[in-house]
Design a protein. Structure first.
Length: 455
């Protein structure tokens, strides 16, 4: 199947009944561009506040997927389209955004004391989805399947045995095959030429696709040895990234005004071991030059204590970087979060702060960067942070915010990951193998800040 065939707009390819479902109104709490400054009691409001929301209606996942790549999903097990909250990037028109799904519906079931990763809809193909927020509803206005060089689905299945979690059917009883083409897509930006850049958790990897979603190149860590993929695989990232935690590869991605990309590893690396990664507060950011097709800088980013980000939480391994947003030539916002709370920090990416190629990129260095209780005291140029907003203190902001975009100089658009309505455990599906939906919806939430972003 050629890329010309598989690039099908949802507005053209979906059945009329499905389009009618997409048009169902959601709940509106205000206009995205609302600029009023009065609170409910008439007094001026100076803090950040929600000015509007828009919710994705129920769209059967099978119908959505098969409209893009016919015949790929035989049974969606009652799952609706979701998971589009992996990231958010502004499109040309106001109120429109590019989003990307992750690897698809997945969960965990414990069997004989060990957790198994389930893929209830293994034929699902990650997709780039364009949405429009209007009158409380998220309308799907376009969708692009992510495909291989041959135009086939990449799927969301894991790549490498022993390195990635083994995939199983929805009930965790039957093993599924690995797929070297598989992508767990997260961050998304659109380049000036209309192509897309995505990040992936498996490699971790940076993925460049055409404007139709065909993978042009996948950049992975040196020494990953990923073979069998039906697209170019280029080992251009620091080899130490192979030590990413399972399911904690790249998640945040930003496009700087000059064209460089900023990639964030979701969690501290497991260097030298799992215990170090679980307790560490130091994550890594990369700067990648599309022109050079190379990493040009690497930065050490220090999380705040977990109970500062999420009062009441005491496990540092719950901290993650899920979104990176460019707000200046070398200035970005970093989202530190748990599943319940999130804070945005601003950092400047200065050349003198790079640790690329230093001993901290060598797995033999002891103690490792991740083991240092105070990296700055050991001479590591840790990025300086400035708190912009604590989203956890704004009433009404959903949990698990994974995508953030600018919707104006003083307005943020946030999108949550609803996990396709799935939960972990055997209770996720009924006796007929149909989803017991969690009730969590995919929602864009607009937050207006007291002062403009950027410099």
């Amino acid at each position: 199947m050629s890329p010309r065939v598989v690039r099908r707009s949802v507005s053209v390819g979906l059945p009329l009944a499905l389009l009618a479902a997409i048009a169902v109104a959601g709940t509106a709490t205000g206009a995205p561009g609302s600029t009023d400054t009065a609170g409910s009691n008439g007094a001026p409001t100076t803090g950040p506040r929600i000015t509007g929301t828009a919710t994705l209606p129920d769209i059967p996942l099978g119908a959505f997927s098969n409209a893009l790549l016919p015949g790929t999903v035989a049974d969606d097990r009652g799952v609706d389209l979701g998971g589009i909250g992996s990231d958010l990037y502004p499109a040309t028109r106001e109120g429109e955004f590019w989003t990307v799904t992750d690897r698809g519906p997945n969960g965990q079931i414990t069997v004989d004391g060990k957790k198994r990763r389930t893929f209830p809809v293994p034929g699902f193909d990650p997709a780039i989805v364009k949405v429009r927020a209007s009158k409380g509803t998220l309308d799907v206005v376009d969708a692009l399947p992510i495909t291989t060089s041959s135009g086939d689905q990449v799927t969301g299945l894991p790549n490498q045995q022993a390195r990635d979690e083994a995939p199983y059917t929805y009930d965790a009883r039957t093993p599924l095959p690995y797929n070297p083409n598989g992508l767990d897509t997260e961050g998304i930006v659109r380049a000036a030429d209309g192509s897309f850049w995505l990040v992936d958790e498996y490699g971790p990897s940076l993925v460049h696709t055409s404007g139709t979603g065909r993978v042009l190149a996948r950049y992975v860590p040196e020494g990953l040895n990923l073979t069998g993929a039906d697209y170019p695989v280029i080992e251009a990232l620091p080899g130490i990234l192979r030590q990413r935690k399972v399911n904690r590869g790249f998640e945040g991605l930003a496009l700087l005004p000059g064209g460089d990309l900023v990639l964030a590893v979701q969690s501290p690396l497991s260097v030298p071991d799992t215990e170090a990664g679980e307790s560490s507060l130091t994550a890594r950011l990369l700067r990648f030059s599309p022109k050079k097709q190379a990493v040009t800088a690497e930065y050490a980013y220090r999380f705040d204590p977990v109970d500062v980000v999420d009062p009441g939480e005491n496990d540092p391994s719950e901290l993650k970087i899920s979104s990176v947003v460019a707000v200046g030539r070398d200035r970005v916002l970093i989202e530190e979060r748990t599943d319940r709370a999130a804070r945005l920090q601003a950092v400047e990416l200065r050349p003198g702060n790079s640790i690329l190629g230093s001993p901290w990129d060598d797995q033999a260095t002891s103690p490792s960067l991740e083991q240092l209780a105070d990296p700055a005291a050991s001479g590591v140029p840790v990025l300086r942070k400035e708190l912009v907003v604590d989203l956890g203190r704004i009433k009404g902001v959903p949990g698990k915010i994974e995508g953030i975009a600018l919707a104006g100089r003083r307005t943020l658009a946030l999108i949550n990951d609803n996990d396709f309505g799935m939960t972990d455990g055997t209770q996720a599906f009924d006796e007929q193998g149909r989803l017991v939906d969690s009730g969590v919806e995919s929602t864009i939430t607009y937050v207006r800040l007291p002062k403009p972003l950027g410099r």
